[in-house]
Write a protein that binds this ligand. Structure first.
Ligand SMILES: [Zn+2]
Ligand SMILES: [Zn+2]
Length: 295
């Protein structure tokens, strides 16, 4: 497909861990913050999940305020929301935050969930302290929608309390953000396979190795996460162009993740492990991925 050479579609990783932050001397190179991925698409800023990486992103946005951001939550487990009460742009009048997600389990609405659980009393922050224009929009999983020229498809992932994957397409380029999800034991997950089809970038929950997942002493079956070996299988079957291994286990230190990256690259050469600061230019695949330091 013809693509506009001036179009922009850049993905940046602000938090790449699952479950719980993992600060420490042996997680410096990949980072210890939990899930947060920014996509700058055709002049718009999209933010996926609000783990502790969101707090770092918020600080770097201060010189650019007022800002408009479109936020999307896969689900509401702690590692995907914990940065939100500390997201500086939410406190400053003039910023616009359009917040999207499914209606959380056991809540009447997403706004109520943020009011009564994400913020006060589980953080010192009441919603009233957030002076930005916050608008909550509920998504019905599986129903596609658009933001101007950006089309977004969603699909239900196999995860306790459920989670939602997002495929973002603009000017013929697609990125599928697919966390948290567990593969099926005997076949491909058709939803994952469908949304991954021919994607330029496939970001996948590969929290475990196959050995850890099936470890008879401590199996991870049913915990709602997948493995890098399964990521490779889906990437090959779906014909994705580039694979990003994401949602690292907090007990996996830098050296361990280096070892995984070597194995993943052997199995699927155009792949990379997510790390904080990683930027991938989706429109220009020959531009090498870089790692940026927050300013
Ligand atoms: Zn998670
Ligand atoms: Zn989760």
């Amino acid at each position: 497909m013809e693509t506009n050479p001036s179009s922009d579609f850049v993905v940046r990783f602000w938090g790449v861990r699952g479950s719980v932050p993992a600060p420490g001397m042996d997680t410096i190179r990949y980072g210890g913050n939990t899930s947060c991925v920014e996509m700058r698409v055709d002049g718009k800023r999209l933010i996926f999940d609000g783990g502790t990486g969101l707090q770092v992103l918020g600080r770097t946005l201060q010189p650019q305020m007022p800002i408009t951001a479109y936020m999307f939550f896969t689900h509401y487990h702690w590692d995907h929301i914990q940065g939100f009460p500390f997201f500086t742009p939410a406190f400053i009048r003039g910023n616009n935050l359009y917040i999207h997600g499914a209606v959380p389990p056991d809540s009447e609405s997403m706004q109520q969930h943020f009011l009564e659980r994400v913020l006060h009393p589980n953080s010192p922050v009441p919603l009233a302290g957030m002076q930005a224009n916050l608008k909550f929009s509920e998504i019905i999983c599986g129903e596609p929608f658009t933001l101007d020229g950006i089309s977004i498809e969603t699909g239900r992932l196999n995860h306790p309390n459920s989670a939602m994957g997002y495929r973002v397409t603009c000017q013929g380029h697609s990125v599928f953000y697919c966390t948290d999800t567990e593969h099926l034991p005997d076949r491909f997950d058709e939803t994952v396979l469908h949304l991954a089809r021919d994607a330029d970038l496939f970001i996948y929950d590969a929290m475990y190795t196959d050995e850890e997942y099936h470890n008879p002493k401590s199996p991870k079956v049913g915990w709602g996460h997948s493995t890098w070996q399964e990521a490779v299988k889906v990437a090959k079957e779906a014909g994705v162009k580039k694979l990003v291994i994401f949602h690292h286990d907090p007990i996996h230190n830098d050296d361990f993740l280096d070892g995984i990256e070597q194995q993943v690259k052997q199995a699927f050469p155009n792949s990379i492990l997510a790390r904080e600061g990683l930027e991938v230019d989706v429109c220009h695949p020959t531009v090498p991925a870089t790692v940026q330091t927050p300013v």
